[in-house]
Design a protein around this ligand. Structure first.
Ligand SMILES: Cc1cc2nc3c(=O)[nH]c(=O)nc-3n(C[C@H](O)[C@H](O)[C@H](O)COP(=O)(O)OP(=O)(O)OC[C@H]3O[C@@H](n4cnc5c(N)ncnc54)[C@H](O)[C@@H]3O)c2cc1C
Length: 444
């Protein structure tokens, strides 16, 4: 199928990335976990800072950004196999300046920032000199419905004054974090609830910004996530700090979340691959009750299931990436939602099996399985909980069948399945919902 070919550029990058992982990333992982454990969430780990210049010099830098001027000029499908390799290690994405939430924030600034905002914040982010946070979620409201976000952004003369409580603001405890993209309400009375919110740039050093505590993720601090609670008390920033304009927060969120979500999935596939690889090696070597653990039927069964699920998730991710490239993030939203549900669940299950196979040692980070499990688990919440994505998938599915019952339409209306549609899409044509060939007799 056309969508599975890898360009020469990607093959070349892939080869160099694999070499870099073997030479610099894997040998430093134990140090990374030890540093994170000892330093905690408020301190920069030296290992990451040491490796970043090496990755940059090797031109394995900002590969996520499609714009060739700022990044590598790769589309989503090109980036998928590379992002997957980075996902094999929890240390790697940041080393290549390809880690969340910075990638999403850089995309936001790149797409929606003014020239001055880009110069001030995007350029140092792209150089890996500073880091950033995205502050949307709030402890007081169900934030999976972003219309609930209650932080206020009020205009006063040439400034906006911001008040609110945020939490799970990834990266805010990091001393390198200098800029927060904050979501809040500028237009609370707008009739359209999706036009009440705005996004605004808030330098972390602004008076009134308080990072009040680091939050553990399933007991882990710093790795996999430097989550934090952040209070915004009478924070005053100039009006120029608004992104795109008042009431445009949802529009930006839509643009930001598509690539961010699929990148998480690409990385999770790499993580699951590596975990399966290690599970195979370990169970082959470890002998219990007279035979290798790998010889137990239960182990074989789990290894087989893991392989099946990884392949399924990868194909769905590639399909979603291909659609984002060819028909846009909006048309691809069902696939993005599907993979955002499937990939974390797949990875969580495989890592759980690996923990079981590794015994007690599987619960700590000697084999990095503890942090890997926390990573997969947190991604069933971050960037939207599973249930919300399932609701969206279900609603889109229902919509596709509206007015298509052949018993009522005389067999003229029809629906292509999402997979059939892929073949049509290969010619760069995309069928409108409810168009295409009919299957007579499909009537309910
Ligand atoms: C480690 C980590 C890092 C994060 N990083 C960031 C970040 O950098 N910036 C940021 O702004 N946020 C971040 N988040 C927050 C994350 O996006 C939210 O936790 C998530 O959107 C859910 O919002 P909530 O926690 O308020 O849960 P709620 O909205 O209170 O939802 C609770 C639960 O209710 C259920 N639920 C909700 N809606 C529905 C529905 N429609 N149908 C069925 N069930 C439903 C789901 O099971 C959901 O988990 C992070 C979260 C974690 C765990």
């Amino acid at each position: 199928m056309e969508f599975l070919t890898m360009s020469t550029q990607v093959q070349e990058l892939r080869g160099r990335l694999l070499t870099f992982m073997s030479e610099h990333v894997y040998p430093n992982e134990q140090r990374f976990y030890l540093e994170a454990e000892r330093n905690g969430p408020w301190v920069v780990n030296t290992v990451t800072e040491e490796l970043k210049p090496i990755a940059r010099a090797a031109r394995l830098w900002n590969l996520f950004l499609p714009d060739p001027e700022y990044g590598a000029g790769l589309n989503n499908l090109d980036y998928a196999p590379l992002c997957e390799i980075m996902g094999r290690s929890l240390l790697a994405p940041e080393v290549f300046n390809c880690s969340a939430p910075d990638t999403g924030n850089m995309e936001t600034l790149h797409r929606y920032g003014s020239e001055a905002q880009k110069k001030h914040w995007l350029v140092p982010l792209l150089r890996g000199e500073i880091r950033s946070s995205f502050a949307m979620t709030e402890p007081e409201v169900a934030s999976s419905d972003a219309t609930n976000i209650a932080t206020t952004i009020k205009r006063e003369g040439d400034d906006y004054v911001i008040n609110g409580r945020k939490w799970y603001t990834t990266g805010a405890t990091d001393p390198r974090c200098q800029i927060l993209i904050v979501m809040g309400k500028t237009n609370p009375n707008a009739a359209n609830r999706h036009e009440q919110q705005s996004m605004i740039l808030v330098p972390k050093a602004t008076s009134g910004v308080k990072v009040v505590r680091a939050l553990p993720v399933l007991g882990y601090y710093a790795v996999p996530d430097r989550a934090a609670e952040v209070w915004l008390d009478d924070v005053r920033v100039p009006v120029e700090n608004i992104l795109l304009g008042e009431g445009r927060g949802f529009e930006i969120a839509q643009g930001r979340l598509g690539p961010g979500r699929i990148h998480h999935c690409m990385r999770l596939i790499g993580l699951a691959e590596r975990v399966l690889e290690r599970m195979c090696r370990r169970t082959t070597l470890r002998v219990s009750f007279g035979r290798a653990l790998a010889d137990q039927t239960v182990t074989l069964e789990r290894i087989a299931e893991a392989r099946i699920e990884i392949e399924q998730a990868r194909l769905l991710t590639l399909k979603a990436a291909w659609m984002m490239d060819h028909v846009g993030n909006k048309q691809a939203r069902q696939e993005i939602a599907m993979i955002k549900v499937a990939a974390p669940l797949m990875a969580q299950k495989i890592i759980d099996w690996a923990i079981q196979a590794f015994g007690g040692g599987g619960t700590n980070d000697d084999h990095f399985l503890g942090a890997a499990f926390a990573t997969a688990r947190l991604l069933r919440l971050a960037d939207g909980p599973d249930e919300v994505h399932r609701n969206q998938i279900g609603r889109l599915e229902l919509k596709r069948y509206e007015g298509t019952d052949p018993a009522k339409t005389g067999g003229t209306a029809a629906v292509l399945s999402r997979s059939e549609a892929l073949y049509v899409g290969a010619n760069n044509r995309w069928p409108a919902v409810g168009s295409g060939a009919v299957s007579p007799g499909d009537s309910t």
